[in-house]
Unconditional design. Structure first.
Lengths: 123, 420
């Protein structure tokens, strides 16, 4: 078997070794760049969790303004821990400072607003 | 023959990958940009609302000159706050800005009503009772003279209303009405001085619209009688005159202030304005003034020769807002009067230390603070008789807000109207 010679009927043109090596280098470099860009984009984009946390803070603030019993407290909504700090701001005003944390206690969003606190007897 | 050409194929693939990566980067950039814009807008909106709350809670003229405030001591939380006196109400202007993004809001402010001072009727105690006759309804609390309230026959007709006479609680009134707010009176006096400025000259008017985000536009009308016919005036405009101003039936006034010695509103006018006169305001029949409008006569100096200040309102007028008459001198013969024609409907407040003239079928949904009532029937004048009139404090909208000039205003302010 070892002595059998294969004789091709047609000539097949192939890439040279140099050409193949250059192509491999290019494809590796391009794929590497693509992966880096994809990683950067996915890391830099806003996470759904952050958006969710901000939406939760907006809701908490709206509810708080409607209720008008402003007290400092911590509540948990949809796996987001919301820390509510109420500070006197000026006469008849308080500052509500809301901060949202995830499960690993990492700050995700923050919201501050000055609201009216006094509520005298009116018609 | 099949060509391998690996390098060409690789270059094409690299190009495709490059294009995909570039579009990915561009999409991510725009998404981020839009999100940051929305985030800045949210932050600005929050700061703007905080600024609005600060102005509403402010009780003095701390922001009359305009003030830039850092809300929480940070970098992206600055607001410009300003208040402006607007007739018997106030205007608040708030600008919130982060870098080059700005949000602005202008709104009018007024006071809630103090439930302890609120009454359908306040009549000072002059040691004589008030009488009711005909189809009269008094609904709501009433501050009445100690001699009380009683039924009376007038023109052969008995009292036909509720047997309780006052459907609500009655309290004893003081010897005089609670006074108008002197601070607001002095602010209104400054507006009259605008008309008397030496540079006043008559301006031809056609159509003016001026934003509340800017400083008020003062239009001096000079000493010629000016008729606003077919004129459109909207927004932050103060019209002042040294003589009579005639508001035509086809004039379109929206939020405008007018200060003049005499103001005449022609029959059929419809609009929203605050009219202040030194001597008299005359409103023709069938006019409609929408909320919040004001009619006020204010006399600051004793003028022995002049007639008493008066507001005369013609038949079938519908008015929503505040009508008041003020005379600094307490002289009895010069007491200011407000005269309501037949079928006049007022939703709001009426205040006069002098006389309130009433006619048949007058409906006042709100409150009346008056020195005395006057009812004319032919040649007979009935004093302190309430005849064929409805005064119903409970029919006034719970959202009604008062100017702080009237002594029932609570300290608490609220947004009256969003203007810009």
């Amino acid at each position: 078997m070892a002595g059998i010679k294969i004789r091709m009927r047609y000539r097949v043109s192939a890439s040279s070794l140099l050409e193949v090596i250059v192509a491999m280098v290019i494809i590796v470099v391009v794929f590497g760049l693509a992966m880096m860009i994809a990683a950067n984009v996915s890391r830099g984009s806003l996470s759904v969790e952050k958006l969710h946390a901000q939406a939760v803070l907006k809701n908490v603030l709206a509810e708080e303004e409607g209720r008008r019993d402003f007290v400092s407290r911590t509540i948990s909504i949809d796996s987001v821990a919301v820390e509510q700090e109420v500070k006197p701001y000026d006469a008849g005003l308080v500052e509500i400072h809301l901060t949202a944390y995830d499960n690993s206690n990492k700050k995700m969003a923050e919201l501050r607003k000055v609201v009216i606190s006094n509520d005298e007897e009116t018609r | 023959m099949v060509r391998a050409s690996a390098l060409y194929i690789v270059i094409v693939i690299a190009l495709v990958i490059g294009i995909i990566c570039s579009s990915l980067v561009v999409v991510a950039y725009f998404y981020r940009e839009q999100y940051q814009r929305a985030f800045r807008y949210d932050a600005l909106q929050n700061n703007l609302n905080s600024g609005i709350n600060i102005l509403i809670a402010s009780q003095d003229n701390a922001y009359a000159e305009g003030k830039k405030v850092s809300l929480f001591g940070g970098e992206a939380d600055s607001v410009d706050l300003k208040t402006v006196v607007w007739g018997i109400y106030g205007i608040g202007v708030v600008r919130a800005f982060i870098q080059h993004d700005t949000l602005s809001r202008a709104f009018s402010m007024a006071h809630a009503i103090d439930s302890a001072k609120w009454a359908a009727l306040y009549l000072p105690d002059e040691d004589r009772p008030v009488s009711v006759s005909g189809k009269t309804t008094l609904k709501g609390n009433a501050f009445l003279p100690q001699s009380g309230i009683r039924e009376a026959y007038v023109d052969g007709k008995a009292y036909q209303g509720d047997k309780r006479l006052v459907i609500g609680k009655t309290y004893s009134s003081q010897r005089s009405l609670p006074p108008l707010n002197p601070v607001r009176i002095s602010e209104l006096e400054k507006y009259f001085a605008l008309a008397a400025s030496p540079n006043s000259k008559s301006l031809l008017l056609d159509s003016i619209s001026h934003s509340f985000l800017e400083t008020p536009k003062t239009v001096p009308m000079g000493k010629n009688v000016v008729s606003l016919t077919g004129t459109r005036l909207k927004g932050n405009i103060i019209l002042s005159s040294d003589t009579t101003v005639i508001v035509g039936s086809d004039a379109q006034l929206d939020q405008v202030l007018i200060f003049a010695p005499n103001i005449k509103v022609e029959e059929g006018f419809k609009g929203n304005c605050q009219l202040f006169a030194r001597d008299s305001i005359s409103v023709g029949p069938d006019c409609v003034f929408s909320y919040p409008s004001t009619l006020g006569v204010l006399r600051f100096k004793l003028n022995a020769a002049a007639m008493p200040a008066a507001i005369n309102i013609g038949e079938n007028v519908s008015f929503s807002g505040c009508i008041f008459a003020y005379d600094k001198s307490a002289e009895r013969s010069k007491q200011p009067s407000i005269n309501l024609g037949k079928k006049v409907s007022v939703s709001g407040q009426i205040y006069t230390t002098g006389l309130l003239g009433i006619n048949d079928d007058v409906v006042i949904n709100g409150s009346v603070f008056t020195g005395r009532f006057i009812y004319r029937s032919g040649f007979t004048v009935f004093e302190n008789y309430v005849i064929n009139t409805t005064i119903n404090a409970e029919a006034l909208s719970p959202y009604y807000l008062s100017g702080d000039i009237i002594p029932v205003a609570a300290r608490k302010k609220k947004v009256l109207q969003w203007l810009e």
